[in-house]
Ligand binder design. Structure first.
Ligand code: ADP
Length: 448
């Protein structure tokens, strides 16, 4: 097992990974930017290395600085968390070249899944249903127009390098297609330096359901059931839960979806933790949209219902250990919910709302987990994603988990900062949400 791990991330996820490493008896190294010198993830680690100025490109995305920090502190492995360098194959190669273990999948599979157009084609070949759309990237607007006529409007223009809902634009009619393409190209070019795009049929009012997978280096692959992430704003998840109240309503749907996810894992010889994302139409047809080759923000709901620590498994697999459990060992216990707490203003189109945290006090106890990257006196700066904490609850059933969430958020004191907590409370009380009757456009329609 590793002696020391460097965590190439910040905020709640860095703190969460440090927690597991410590419990495993592994020493930890944090990296931090000038803006994060006093952040909780820095104080939580055994050692901490300053890697540059506040701007991510000059610190957390500076591959050389991160690798140098690992070499200087004698870390055996790097855990990338999510976002930042977590899905960057060139970083993985540089880490390995430096003689350090990367805690995650191989760079080749990361490359394959990172190109969403290629991943689609690969999934289709592996027998996994994909959304009707273009075969690979589309050359230009003219070709797109022809393809879109065949696919049928509305169509979604998606950036091949996409992520975080960036570069995704809806064209409801043929007339709107050219504008949607231009918008996607512009955003994809500035965000990813890659203008290539592809087309997908736009599935109306779908659910977003994803399958958590883990695979070791001996070809042993397991699924950890599904998560439902259909409460979204701007194609970004706001509330996640496990299991999905929707999937449970269709006979055999969970089995078909988990089998499809594992088929993709086997075909791509995937290792470590990953998530296969699907959208599901209201009548229960499911389609692959992408695979995320890393730990997801919402992984805690899976941990709550299965009792397994996914970060611990990531570390064990990276250290060469085999999965010592079988699929039949995994069962769903109760229900879990996660509310993402953002420093943002839902009334102002979810604009980030940085500021000072003067008061930070949350309930603890059975069935409550708070993963946070801030504390009282923390500053939420404009430099990073405004996700400040995740509140996760567990209950014997969905209603119990929702009620516990409602109580926890009601008692949560976050002083002086504008957050989306009031919006969460509104959602938790909404009859549609209580009934499990929602889809990916539901929140934006309800919360105008
Ligand atoms: P990203 O990688 O940018 O996060 P995804 O492909 O994972 O993009 O899609 C993000 C969200 O966009 C999905 O959860 C869903 O709400 C919506 N979406 C994606 N593809 C489609 C589609 N073909 N039809 C309808 N909605 C879609």
């Amino acid at each position: 097992m590793f002696d020391k791990i460097l965590i190439a991330n910040r905020g709640e996820i860095a703190a969460r990974i440090i927690g597991t490493a410590k419990a495993m008896g592994i020493k930890t190294v944090a990296v931090y930017s000038e803006a994060d010198a006093e952040a909780p993830h820095v104080t939580a680690a055994d050692e901490a290395v300053a890697i540059g100025p506040a701007h991510v490109t000059k610190s957390y995305l500076d591959q050389e600085a991160v690798i140098q920090a690992a070499l200087d502190t004698g870390a055996d492995a790097i855990h990338p968390g999510y976002g930042l360098l977590s899905e960057n194959p060139s970083f993985v190669r540089a880490v390995e070249k430096a003689g350090i273990v990367f805690i995650g999948p191989r760079p080749e599979v990361m490359e394959l899944m990172g190109d969403k157009a290629r991943a689609r084609a690969f999934a289709e070949e592996a027998g996994v249903p994909v959304v009707p759309g273009s075969d690979g990237p589309v050359a230009d607007a003219e070709q797109a127009q022809q393809l879109a006529e065949n696919i049928g409007f509305p169509v979604l223009v998606k950036a091949s390098a996409g992520g975080g809902g960036i570069g995704m634009n809806l064209a409801k009619t043929p007339k709107k297609l050219e504008k949607a393409i231009k918008k996607s190209i512009r955003r994809a070019e500035s965000a990813f330096g890659d203008p290539s795009f592809y087309l997908e049929k736009y599935i109306e009012n779908p659910r977003h359901v994803e399958i958590q997978v883990l695979a070791d280096n001996d070809g042993h692959a397991l699924h950890f059931f599904e998560r439902e992430c259909s409460v979204q704003r701007r194609h970004q998840k706001v509330i996640e839960e496990a299991p999905s109240p929707f999937v449970a309503g269709f006979d055999g749907l969970r089995d078909r979806m988990t089998e499809a996810a594992l088929a993709l894992v086997r075909a791509s010889e995937y290792t470590n933790a990953g998530t296969v994302e699907f959208i599901v139409s209201p009548n229960g047809e499911f389609y692959f949209i992408e695979m995320n080759t890393r730990l997801q923000v919402e992984h805690p709901v899976t941990e709550m219902i299965t009792g397994h620590d996914l970060v611990e498994w990531q570390i064990r697999i990276a250290a060469g250990e085999s999965l010592t459990i079988e699929q039949s060992d995994l069962t769903i216990d109760g229900h879990s919910l996660e509310c993402r707490i953002y420093a943002e203003n839902p009334a102002k189109r979810f604009m980030p709302a940085p500021g000072d945290i003067t008061d930070w006090n949350h309930p603890t106890g059975d069935g409550i987990r708070v993963d946070s990257g801030v504390t009282a006196n923390s500053k939420v700066t404009p430099y990073y994603d405004p996700l400040i904490a995740k509140v996760i609850t567990h209950g014997s059933d969905r209603t119990a988990a929702i009620d516990r969430m409602k109580q926890t958020l009601t008692d949560f004191q976050i002083g002086e900062l504008t957050t989306n907590v009031p919006m969460h409370l509104t959602i938790l009380d909404h009859q549609d949400f209580r009934d499990g009757q929602f889809h990916t456009s539901w929140l934006e329609a309800e919360y105008k």
